[in-house]
Design a protein around this ligand. Structure first.
Ligand code: RP5
Length: 166
């Protein structure tokens, strides 16, 4: 049973959505991954969103680009947290996706991450699940510790070799 459902509007979103999947995989969180277009196949979309709760899903990560209605429509139907990932677009640089996802009407929240913010979406889903899972919380603390140590190492190396050789 998948705790997280990752859904994207098109397979062209996969390079970004894969980053969310990689984080969940790394933290041992079960997930499903679907390509479902709210615009191109509305009936399939409604079936997906309406059955997510009974499938055991606790958080949906939804990514879409341009007139990006997929995350908002997931939030309209699914009663638990929805995280939205706006895709970068060539015409408007992803601002179209960002505004479509972040400007939800009062009552229907979507936790929107940065344009192409796949990894943070995965981490945010993990943090939501960690509020009731102490072993997952411990893994997230280790993740932060590793990140901190990586920066300390880089600073140490910079001071050892100097900026010209870095
Ligand atoms: C959205 O339209 C998708 O999420 C994608 O980001 C964008 C373009 O889709 P394709 O034309 O590449 O399939 O629905």
């Amino acid at each position: 049973m998948a705790q997280v459902s990752i859904v994207m509007g098109s397979d062209s979103d996969m390079p970004v959505m894969k980053k969310a999947a990689d984080i969940l995989d790394q933290l041992g969180i079960s997930f499903e991954m679907r390509i479902i277009s709210a615009h191109r196949e509305p009936d399939e979309f409604f079936e997906y969103a309406k059955t997510a709760e009974e499938r055991g899903v606790k958080v949906i990560i939804a990514g879409a680009g341009m007139a990006a209605h997929l995350p908002g429509m997931c939030a309209a139907i699914f009663p638990m947290p929805v995280i939205g990932i706006p895709m970068h677009t060539t015409s408007l640089g992803g601002r179209d996706s960002l505004y479509s996802i972040v400007q939800m009407p009062s009552g229907i929240p979507v936790a929107t991450v940065a344009i192409n913010g796949g990894a943070n979406a995965g981490l945010l889903a993990a943090k939501i699940l960690a509020t009731s899972d102490s072993s997952l919380l411990a893994k997230l603390k280790d993740y932060s510790e590793d990140m901190k140590n990586a920066v300390i190492e880089k600073d140490k190396r910079l001071n050892e070799v100097g900026y010209k050789n870095y």
